[in-house]
Design a binder for this molecule. Structure first.
Ligand SMILES: C[S@@+](CC[C@H](N)C(=O)[O-])C[C@H]1O[C@@H](n2cnc3c(N)ncnc32)[C@H](O)[C@@H]1O
Length: 196
């Protein structure tokens, strides 16, 4: 009889594993408390990551979350509405790259950035975070799905998302401004500490 684990599809796996990814990120926030106060959440969707991180922040902490889909941002706002931590969350709607430029022009910088959007854009978003100083020196970047669906491990041809994850991984490896580790949680959670 096949293992039930092998029968669950990716979305079910995501539902099971997503809390583990955010547990690791929340742990990083707590360990660095009270130094981590400003968090940037790139990819809001249901608002799960925003709220999970807001809960881990001190009272004066703040999460800015970015989402291209108006409907998703609205659903997320409904999901946060009854939380005592809702006041820590600011939602911005638009393309992540444009919103990053807007945040940089407003002089923002963040202690922790959680990157979880379409993978083809990962490396360009990373470069913007570094070049603008949105990820401050001494800050931590957490990136989800960096071993996208395990594609590189199975030897199959990479999808565009797999290529996007690989481009970021190569960029991080070549960048001596960051120290990094890829944790084998779900399909890879990379933590990168900005040292200069
Ligand atoms: C994987 S979901 C985010 C999940 C969320 N971080 C969590 O853990 O609860 C990715 C979201 O990012 C949005 N997205 C994807 N690419 C984007 C981009 N380039 N700019 C803005 N939002 C984007 C999608 O619409 C989607 O809602």
């Amino acid at each position: 009889m096949p293992s039930p684990t092998l029968e669950i599809n990716y979305y079910e796996l995501d539902a099971v594993e997503a809390p583990r990814i955010l547990s690791a990120v929340r742990l990083a926030i707590k360990m660095a408390s009270p130094i981590v106060k400003k968090v940037l959440d790139i990819g809001t969707f249901t608002g799960y990551s925003s709220l999970a991180m807001a809960e881990a922040l001190p009272e004066d902490g703040r999460v800015v979350t970015l989402e291209r889909q108006e409907e998703a941002a609205k659903m997320a706002a409904e999901n946060w509405a009854s939380s005592p931590h809702v006041g820590k969350i600011e939602s911005r709607v638009g393309e992540a790259q444009a919103l990053l430029q807007e945040l940089a022009s407003q002089g923002e910088s963040f202690d922790l950035v959680f990157l979880d959007v379409d993978k083809p854009g990962y490396f360009a978003l990373y470069q913007t975070l570094m070049e603008t100083g949105l990820l401050r020196v001494g800050g931590l970047l957490a990136v989800d799905n960096t071993m996208y669906k395990g594609e590189e491990l199975t030897g199959e041809r990479l999808s565009v998302n797999g290529e996007g994850a690989r481009a970021l991984n190569a960029g991080l490896l070549a960048d001596d401004r960051v120290l990094q580790v890829m944790l084998p949680l779900r399909d890879g959670l990379t933590l990168a500490f900005r040292q200069h």
